[in-house]
Design a protein around this ligand. Structure first.
Ligand code: CU
Length: 212
């Protein structure tokens, strides 16, 4: 059994590529002119893309060996440091963090803003792909500006695939809510923590993770 060492938004990359291919094929005028994160109201909802919405799941088949390893879910017993993260509209405090390879960190995250926010760990490319998924989730009403619509989140969105937001490297928090992620950073990689809710990353809701 394959235990993924590189937890990423695994299927996101593929679904983004499919989505772009679909867009390019169906609407050549849109390809290239699209403003990321805004106004993709008519993005075609293809089956492949929906499949890509399932972002979590251990041992799922969407393993991409070429993807940068961003680390892995950590064990509580291995935590050596806690970092408090405050989410505001639309930025993080602190704005950047430093970690060491091999370190297991407990991120305690609190949303003090008025809107729904995400704290996700990944590469810039992963966040870019995840932003497209979050856009789709918003279009489907699964997430709203200030809340998660759990009923819609649980629905079958048309092709037998469930869309969920349960990546181990990401957490979505409504206003006033707190949560945590325990993460082990395995090797120096260019990583960011980011909020991929439409418009948030673009307005600055991201921070660098530096390796000591
Ligand atoms: Cu946000």
């Amino acid at each position: 059994m394959q235990i993924s060492q590189d937890f990423t938004f695994r299927t996101s990359i593929r679904s983004a590529a499919v989505a772009l291919a679909v867009l390019a094929a169906a609407t050549p005028a849109l390809a290239g002119s699209g403003q990321p994160g805004h106004g993709h109201g008519n993005m075609p909802m293809q089956g492949h893309m929906m499949e890509g919405m399932k972002m979590g799941g251990h041992g799922s088949p969407g393993h991409h060996s070429g993807m940068a390893a961003i680390g892995e879910p950590g064990k509580a017993a291995d935590v050596t440091r806690t970092i408090d993260i405050t989410m505001q509209d639309n930025f993080y405090e602190p704005e950047s963090i430093s970690v060491a390879a091999g370190e297991t960190i407990r991120f305690k995250i609190t949303n003090k803003g008025a809107y729904l926010h995400e704290f996700g760990l990944g590469t810039a490319a992963m966040h870019a792909a995840h932003q497209k998924q979050m856009m789709t989730m918003m279009e489907h009403g699964m997430i709203e500006a200030d809340r998660i619509n759990h009923e819609k989140m649980k629905m079958d969105h048309g092709d037998g695939h469930m869309m969920t937001h349960d990546d181990p490297n990401s957490i979505l928090l409504e206003p006033g809510k707190s949560g945590e992620i325990i993460w082990k950073f395995t090797k120096p990689t260019k990583l960011e923590f980011a909020c991929n809710i439409p418009g948030h990353y673009e307005s600055g809701m991201m921070g660098k993770i530096r390796f000591k």
